[in-house]
Write a new protein. Structure first.
Length: 174
């Protein structure tokens, strides 16, 4: 663990794993056997308490699609990135999900490409047969859509076996 605090105490599921003093320009190490639950660090810097925690998540439950825009120009060239994330029942992202996601859409648009940021992936970014799909990498992937030239309600649908589908709606107007 890297920190600029004076000292750090690490907790696994509420049980202290010890408190260590931070030596300047160094880092702290705890050897911890994996257990699902909550790993929390409580640090102190000049008497001020700083906390951080991570929790294991449940199984992949639902796909969430988000974009930074919900309206586009129907000019045949406007494009938008759709971010896809998988969450568990409590709504937390599942960072180790690698499910295969299939994409479809309705409306006057086309999918330009798909990606997931995995530098070792050999999946195609472009599709020639209309069967758009991509595996999640660290629980995420993306697709890029481009508008047609007609006014349209565009709905992007993401599906995966055993997970609730996700939909993102975008309006395209001339």
């Amino acid at each position: 663990m890297n920190s600029n605090a004076d000292n750090v105490e690490l907790f696994l599921n509420g049980k202290s794993l010890g408190k260590k003093v931070m030596v300047k320009n160094s880092h702290l190490i705890w050897k911890v056997a994996y257990q699902p639950g909550t790993l929390q660090a409580i640090a102190y810097k000049n008497g001020r308490k700083i906390t951080n925690k991570v929790e294991t998540t449940g199984e992949a439950y639902q796909l969430i699609l988000k974009t930074d825009r919900t309206s586009m120009k129907a000019n045949g060239t406007d494009a938008a990135v759709i971010n896809v994330t998988v969450v568990e029942k409590k709504g937390r992202e599942v960072p180790d999900a690698n499910n295969l996601i299939s994409f479809s859409f309705t409306g006057d648009a086309k999918i330009m490409g798909v990606g997931n940021g995995d530098p070792s992936s050999h999946e195609k970014d472009k599709c020639e047969d209309g069967n758009w799909q991509r595996k999640l990498f660290n629980g995420k992937c993306q697709l890029i859509i481009q508008t047609g030239t007609g006014k349209s309600a565009i709905n992007i649908i993401a599906k995966s076996d055993g997970i609730k589908s996700g939909v993102q709606s975008i309006s395209a107007t001339p």
